[in-house]
Ligand binder design. Structure first.
Ligand SMILES: [Fe+2]
Length: 511
């Protein structure tokens, strides 16, 4: 069975499961702390595959202690797994795009052999406005433009597409930040997951911060960027914050056209930017056309900029046209910069922001336009690029040991076919697969190093798993040294944890 049919099967299974799924799973240990008013649940939710199956939002925020554990929690694993994702508070006005759900953070804390769970919405300004109004107020990017609303929002200095803080999490200068594609981070308290509010680095943040900053573990610096989210903004802005959260460098990088750039990568010396031809068309959007267009005729390239240099010092390396949401890591190796990421031959159609690609110029990849693990090698001496797929199967949500961000990495981890996590050995060019099995859907695996670990893979991979047959969510812990083997521990969650985006591990000493 190819990956495309696997995807189709998975979507169909999710839909079937949705029909069977009743209320959120309950347990005696669950202590509901917030309920939607009963009338809200009666409102009509649209037929949208990203609001069905395990994408269906949950409506309660709960706190639950003494969770049931199958297996044995590793004694050296104390801290909290936190994961962000979209979870709509109210049915949308018309359409819904996956990127527009209200951010909800799910956290599982492990301490003294016990586990507890809590989930909390990020109380963004939009969440609060809509909560007060008891209904959705904002339109989807897929809806026809409401010019009256647009003008009203712009005149009020508000983004008509609000910051939902729903994408990722990062820990920097003693703060947990919930991140989104086109706005400021939101500061979140730990371990309670309460929202402090938008965080602007003491007023120094002058541009949005995308969802995937990178922290250099050696210097503590955080590198982040924003792309053309407002009509008069430069295409790309890039900043560096020092280990104390002081923004020490901001520069603009000129691009020939405004493109979506979800992730960036760092090495010890450089920051890498992915200029892929998924081009914003605001004029077209005003006329009711898709807001982005896949334009492979413009080619694609990777920009390499010394970390603290001005934007005009960026050096571009041509690559085969593609789209990349996420990278594993990048590092310098002699004259070369290596970048590992998950490459789509074109922008993925299932995200429905653009028409299907007419002229894919892909350089290999899984069938059906699925992403594959991929390596680009940029030769700083010759200016040449070598690139190629690491394998043929679909792979997304790449991660490495975050302590090696920007440094040479042997192992990477990814999600495949919705039910499997994969461990890549980049040096030996091989991989191992841990499949949770039919009907057991999982998400991004987060690597947590063992405290006394000696080797790079000395640690655990943690993810949420949803069992469609049992209608139950759990947090699974895999020992990365014995990757294929059964999970070492399963923490059963007394409420369904919907599919989401990105997570991280917080060590007990910061909680
Ligand atoms: Fe992402």
């Amino acid at each position: 069975m190819n990956s495309h049919s696997l995807h189709a099967k998975s979507v169909a299974a999710s839909r079937r499961s949705f029909l069977k799924t009743g209320a959120a799973l309950g347990a005696a240990a669950a202590l509901p702390s917030f309920f939607l008013r009963a009338a809200d649940k009666q409102k009509k939710w649209p037929d949208n595959s990203f609001l069905q199956g395990n994408w269906t939002p949950v409506h309660e925020e709960i706190t639950a202690d003494n969770l049931k554990i199958i297996g044995k929690l590793p004694a050296d694993l104390e801290g909290m797994f936190v994961r962000n994702g979209p979870n709509l508070q109210f049915p949308p006005k018309q359409n819904y795009h996956l990127f527009e759900g209200d951010g909800m953070i799910h956290g599982v804390r492990l301490r003294a052999g016990k586990a507890s769970y809590r989930n909390r919405w990020v109380r963004t300004a939009a969440w609060q406005e809509e909560n007060k109004a008891n209904k959705a107020l904002y339109s989807s990017i897929l809806d026809p433009i409401d010019f009256t609303f647009l003008a009203k929002q712009l005149l009020a200095g508000k983004n008509p597409f609000p910051n939902r803080a729903n994408t990722a999490l990062i820990w920097h200068h003693g703060k947990l930040l919930a991140l989104w594609e086109g706005g400021a981070p939101h500061e979140i308290k730990v371990p309670g997951l309460e929202t402090v509010g938008e965080y602007n680095f003491g007023g120094a943040l002058k541009h949005p911060c995308t969802a995937h900053p990178k922290v250099d573990p050696k210097t503590g610096e955080m590198m982040f960027h924003a792309y053309g989210v407002a009509p008069f903004q430069p295409n790309l802005v890039y900043s560096v914050a020092d280990r104390k959260g002081k923004i020490i460098h901001t520069t603009q990088i000129k691009l020939p056209r405004p493109v979506m750039m979800h992730d960036l990568a760092i090495t010890g010396k450089f920051t890498l930017f992915l200029d892929a031809p998924f081009v914003m068309d605001m004029a077209g959007a005003m006329l009711g056309k898709p807001p982005f267009k896949w334009e492979p005729k413009f080619g694609a390239r990777i920009g390499v900029l010394p970390r603290h240099a001005a934007g005009d010092k960026v050096r571009w390396f041509e690559i085969k046209p593609c789209f990349v949401f996420h990278v594993f890591n990048a590092f310098e190796d002699g004259d070369e910069v290596n970048l590992y990421g998950c490459r789509y031959p074109s922008f993925p159609d299932f995200l429905n922001l653009n028409p299907p690609a007419a002229n894919d110029q892909g350089a290999g990849g899984a069938e059906g336009g699925a992403p594959v693990a991929y390596r680009w090698r940029l030769n700083l001496k010759t200016g040449k690029t070598t690139e190629g797929a690491l394998d043929e199967f679909d792979c997304e949500f790449p991660r490495v040991d975050d302590r090696l961000a920007g440094a040479k990495t042997r192992y990477g981890y990814g999600l495949s076919s919705g039910t499997a996590l994969v461990k890549f050995d980049f040096v030996k060019d091989r991989n191992e697969r841990h499949d949770f099995g039919k009907g057991r859907e999982t998400g991004e695996g987060v690597f947590v190093p063992r405290k006394d670990g000696k080797n790079e893979d000395d640690g655990y991979l943690i993810s949420f798993v949803y069992d469609h047959a049992e209608r139950r969510s759990e947090m699974a812990i895999i020992d990365c040294r014995d990757f294929k083997k059964a999970v070492v521990a399963r923490v059963l969650i007394p409420q369904r944890v919907p599919n989401g985006f990105h997570g991280m591990w917080l060590d007990d000493d910061v909680l």
